[in-house]
Design a protein around this ligand. Structure first.
Ligand SMILES: [Zn+2]
Length: 157
């Protein structure tokens, strides 16, 4: 599931970065593809071919540098001195989901999602401060959804 613009914007804002279209798309892409490291050229192609995002080489280099400087990406250099980037994963890995006990739908939360993610992030920071590392959180909320709650405003999620 893609992260919401809000979640990406929040990350950029928290790290003092401008919320440009390119910054959003690159960060979103890397956070969705955290299972491997990406070299600049591979990323450029992948963004274009599957993400539909056309960036010039220099823009992407600058962005990757900035995102690495602020700690949203980690960079490592291989034996051929090629730099590879990966999104930092010690964060909230997926968008909070809601599982309804009545209709058994399982959907991505929009209302309250940002607050849940912020709460989870500060909890992770606290855990890291006492030495735990490599942390991740999967947020899922159970209950009765708005559609199933009698008298609740329709369509509220
Ligand atoms: Zn329901």
């Amino acid at each position: 599931m893609p992260e919401s613009d809000d979640a990406i914007d929040l990350l950029l804002a928290e790290h003092g970065l401008r919320k440009t279209h390119a910054a959003r798309e690159v960060l979103r892409w890397l956070r969705r593809h955290q299972n491997r490291d990406w070299a600049h050229g591979e990323l450029l192609e992948a963004l274009r071919d599957s993400g539909g995002i056309e960036l010039d080489r220099v823009t992407l280099y600058r962005l990757l540098d900035r995102l690495t400087q602020v700690g949203l990406l980690v960079c490592h250099v291989d034996a051929e001195r090629v730099r590879h980037y990966r999104a930092v994963s010690d964060a909230v890995e997926s968008h909070p989901r809601f599982e309804c006990q009545a209709c058994h739908r399982n959907f991505e939360l929009t209302s309250g999602a940002t607050q849940l993610e912020q709460a989870a992030r500060s909890a992770l920071k606290a855990l890291e401060s006492v030495g735990h590392h490599g942390l991740s959180v999967n947020l899922s909320v159970r209950g009765v959804c708005a559609d199933c709650s009698p008298g609740a405003p329709a369509g509220r999620r």
